[in-house]
Design a protein. Structure first.
Length: 396
């Protein structure tokens, strides 16, 4: 019956993780998967989340019934305040929102909705982007294409190429955008550049879909949603996926949200119903535990302050590791320009290394990056920084 089914080649990042785990070298360095690691190389537990877990243990649910299809109302209200910030009143009445299974679940529900009501539209993602963007939209039946974003020669943003590509798209094309901490390059747009992009989206009547997984990791919680706020001010409809995996260290709880900003309150009600239907035909209802944790933290002033402090500590540590790496590389190889790494933001950096150089790093030095040359800055710490810099300098 199933003889015709193709074998799954495996996810390249998770497969590389398996190779790293089996590598016997004690000085190996993991800069592959998108986990935030602390200075000791551990995925941390947030103090605010631990406090929320203790509170939930003392205040169990009265009855473990299903959540509504669109999720926990209090959680959705708290999450959207974080996602839109001061611009929330501008979109509140025309906003549809659901709790989702992480950021990936939000993208999938959004993709299914778009396929049903924009069947002839195609999706345009940055070149490069997170590989799963292609898989999720293609899995929903939408064709994916790329617009220019990264220039491998300059190792900088190809902004003119991006504008030129977007300005040629047909109306109702779906454009996937990273509001902050671009994955995989770490190269973000300035506010002036975002204004130009949003002007093209408005003029061409394109449908923007923002994917926000790292709010707070670039410049700060409020600063990292400036692109979202500019889009809200434009009056254009758009979609936004939100993830709490990284910024709450709640990877396994699969907690996120999907928002659709509509033209009118009446349309928002219709979209809300269709989002519920999409969820019902997929996983029916979301789980409650992760949502209750996030809702309790965001609803408690003291825990919110603690979370913001912990998040800022993470952001600052990654910033410091990035700057120290560039400084060490400059000292080791003054003939090579590594300054481009210093201006990148978030968990990831695009090193510009070729697959052959990445293979050398792994085979000769035990430093693991993915084949594209992307590295997870959060994998660096004071114990492995020197070894990583020396390995990079050796293959430059």
């Amino acid at each position: 019956m199933f003889e015709h089914v193709d074998a799954y080649a495996g996810d390249p990042i998770f497969s590389l993780m398996e190779r790293f785990v089996s590598d016997p070298r004690p000085q190996k360095v993991n800069l592959t998967i998108g986990f935030y690691f602390d200075e000791n190389g551990k995925v941390p537990d947030f103090g605010c989340v631990d406090a929320a877990k203790a509170w939930l243990a003392d205040n169990p649910l009265a009855s473990p019934v299903y959540l509504p299809m669109d999720g926990m109302p209090d959680y959705r209200a708290a999450a959207q305040k974080l996602a839109f910030g001061a611009s929330l009143p501008q979109v509140q009445e025309r906003l549809s929102a659901i709790q989702s299974l992480g950021g990936s679940g939000a993208l999938k529900v959004g993709a299914d909705l778009l396929k049903r009501y924009f069947p002839d539209s195609q999706v345009w993602v940055s070149n490069p982007t997170w590989d799963n963007h292609h898989s999720i939209f293609q899995g929903a039946g939408l064709a994916t294409n790329t617009y220019r974003y990264y220039n491998p020669q300059t190792r900088q943003l190809d902004f003119n190429g991006m504008l030129e590509d977007l300005s040629k798209l047909p109306a109702q094309s779906i454009v996937l955008l990273h509001p902050c901490c671009h994955n995989p390059t770490g190269i973000d747009l300035t506010m002036e550049q975002w204004q130009q992009v949003i002007a093209i989206i408005t003029e061409r009547k394109l449908l923007a879909f923002f994917d926000m997984a790292y709010q707070g990791f670039s410049e700060g919680l409020d600063e990292d949603i400036k692109a979202i706020q500019l889009m809200a001010e434009s009056g254009q409809p758009f979609l936004l996926s939100q993830s709490f995996s990284k910024i709450f260290s709640l990877y396994s709880e699969r907690i996120g949200a999907l928002y659709v900003v509509c033209e009118t309150p009446e349309i928002a009600q219709t979209i809300q119903g269709q989002l519920k239907f999409t969820v019902r035909t997929n996983y029916s209802t979301p789980p409650s535990y992760g949502a209750r944790l996030v809702n309790h933290v965001l609803g408690n002033e003291a825990l919110t302050s603690l979370w913001q402090a912990e998040l800022e500590q993470m952001r600052q540590r990654m910033h410091d590791m990035r700057q120290q790496l560039v400084s060490k590389l400059t000292g080791l190889r003054p003939d090579c320009d590594f300054s481009y790494l210093a201006v990148q933001r978030g968990m990831f950096s695009y090193t510009g290394f070729s697959p052959a150089q990445v293979a050398r790093l792994k085979d000769e030095f035990g430093v693991y990056l993915i084949d594209s040359g992307r590295m997870c800055i959060a994998g660096l710490n004071n114990k492995n920084l020197d070894a990583t810099a020396e390995a990079f300098a050796a293959i430059c």
